[in-house]
Design a protein around this ligand. Structure first.
Ligand code: ZN
Ligand code: ZN
Length: 229
């Protein structure tokens, strides 16, 4: 598989504690591409089989072949690629440690049969998503962190504020997706990683609220543009 995938023309360094969900969003935004397209280009999804989006189990772990292909395509080391997965939190969070709980070993069972271990909802800290002021985070936003997924975690320790659930505009999970894709609206290009990806009730329109990202003063930012950079 690795042999058939070409490395992306340019990549991004993972941010601290970034999840693969957030990393795919930032890569897609960098190329002005759909997240599903990036998932195919990086070997996470087989071309033509992505009609249901990107499997949620990829949040947790990849098999060795997928990990190798993904690292090759994104120009990351295997350790960097592994660091995007919640499986690597298992050292500190027992329920995610496959060695302690053998029956949860497969990523599919981990994410589908044991939802108390990882939240399905994309909880977030708006200050982290607003970025740290560096050019790269101004452009694509800050990290969607892995550590926001285990249910016992209810606050962002970096900013000492509770994690938010739901969009401040439409009130829905910001990443709600039919069929349980890792990323909602995975086939659509151009949405900034810090925008709400929920569908407005009764319509087919995306909410797109940029209010996930607030300035350090707590004031919502102006609507974010989505440059095709
Ligand atoms: Zn934070
Ligand atoms: Zn919304």
């Amino acid at each position: 598989m690795t042999g058939r995938l070409r490395p992306l023309p340019r990549s991004l360094d993972p941010l601290e504690d970034e999840s693969i969900h957030g990393y795919l969003l930032r890569l897609a935004h960098q190329f002005g591409a759909a997240p599903l397209e990036i998932a195919v280009r990086t070997g996470l999804v087989v071309q033509g089989r992505g009609r249901n989006g990107i499997p949620v189990r990829l949040l947790h772990d990849l098999d060795e072949q997928q990990l190798g292909a993904f690292a090759h395509a994104t120009r990351l080391t295997h350790d960097e690629a592994r660091g995007l997965l919640t499986a690597s939190l298992g050292e500190r969070y027992g329920p995610l440690n496959a060695r302690l709980l053998a029956e949860f070993r497969t990523p599919t069972r981990m994410t589908h049969n044991n939802r108390w271990i990882l939240t399905k909802a994309a909880r977030y800290c708006p200050r982290c998503l607003s970025g740290d002021g560096t050019e790269i985070e101004q452009r694509h936003g800050g990290p969607w962190r892995r550590s926001w997924r285990p249910p016992p975690v209810f606050a962002c320790l970096r900013n000492q504020r509770p994690l938010l659930y739901g969009c401040l505009r439409c009130g829905q999970d910001t990443n709600i997706a039919r069929g349980g894709s890792l990323i909602s609206r995975a086939s659509e290009a151009g949405l900034h990683p810090a925008r709400c990806r929920a569908t407005l009730p009764g319509t087919r329109a995306v909410c797109g609220a940029a209010w996930l990202a607030v300035r350090r003063t707590g004031v919502p930012t102006r609507p974010l543009r989505s440059p095709r950079c």
